[in-house]
Design a protein around this ligand. Structure first.
Ligand SMILES: [Zn+2]
Length: 75
């Protein structure tokens, strides 16, 4: 039982390493997709995993808005 739990954790941390590093900003004006990364996302996932005893294997973060260029044009 303990071993199984340990194995599960190992497998989970292996999956964690494969998680996509890049998240996406999508511009509503020109449709540009800008990749960004933040260590905060990894921290958030680690916290959520711990609190919910859940192994996260995929993150899809999609933020929609206006890029620098489109933001300027909308003024
Ligand atoms: Zn744009």
């Amino acid at each position: 039982m303990i071993e199984e739990r340990h194995l599960g954790q190992v497998r989970c941390s292996y999956e964690m390493k494969r998680l996509g590093e890049h998240q996406h900003l999508v511009c509503r004006g020109c449709g540009r997709v800008i990749e960004f990364e933040s260590p905060l996302i990894r921290e958030l996932v680690a916290e959520v995993q711990h609190k919910n005893d859940f192994c996260v294997t995929r993150i899809e973060l999609y933020l929609e808005g206006y890029c620098h260029k489109c933001k300027e044009e909308r003024r």
